[in-house]
Write a protein that binds this ligand. Structure first.
Ligand code: RTP
Ligand code: MG
Length: 138
């Protein structure tokens, strides 16, 4: 078993889609072992997406991620990181495969409904930014 970190982004919470997205996650065999709704501060969003700080879309990304609440989650499965990336679909929903969360729900490359960690190392870092060990019940 391994873990990944997930965010249901503001475009998803705004449209009341968290239950529908969780259904896709669970049907794919990922278990939601921690979950909470939070409003990210600008500092939290800038730290979280720090690797993108030189990119032209960074300001827009931080603005979108802090505009409304998000749901942060820890997901558990065998090979959780690549499994969830597959369930999420491509960053740009126009390129996302049928049945993926982004194909089903995303509005645009910026408002693409979900985040998922891109490596086991980053998953551990991201989980620790939002959850204590006691809050994760596997
Ligand atoms: P994420 O980190 O959110 O799971 O998404 P990802 O790995 O599929 O994509 P990444 O390259 O890490 O980009 C992070 C997020 O930045 C926004 N983005 N906007 N306007 C643009 O061209 C653009 N490119 C990326 C997206 O919200 C993307 O998920
Ligand atoms: Mg990424």
């Amino acid at each position: 078993m391994s873990r990944t970190f997930s965010i249901l982004k503001p475009d998803a919470t705004r449209r009341n889609l968290t239950g529908k997205i969780n259904a896709v996650i669970e049907e794919a065999g990922l278990r939601i072992v921690a979950q909470k709704r939070v409003k990210l501060s600008t500092a939290q969003a800038e730290a979280f997406y720090g690797v993108h700080k030189e990119r032209p879309f960074f300001g827009e990304l931080v603005g979108q991620m802090t505009a409304e609440p998000v749901v942060v989650q820890v997901l558990e499965a065998d090979d959780a990181v690549p499994k969830y990336r597959e369930v999420m679909g491509a960053t740009n929903p126009e390129q996302a495969a049928e049945g993926t969360i982004r194909k089903l729900f995303a509005l645009s490359i910026g408002e693409n409904s979900v985040h998922g960690s891109d490596s086991d190392e980053n998953a551990a870092i991201e989980i620790a930014q939002f959850f204590t060990d006691a809050e994760i019940v596997g």
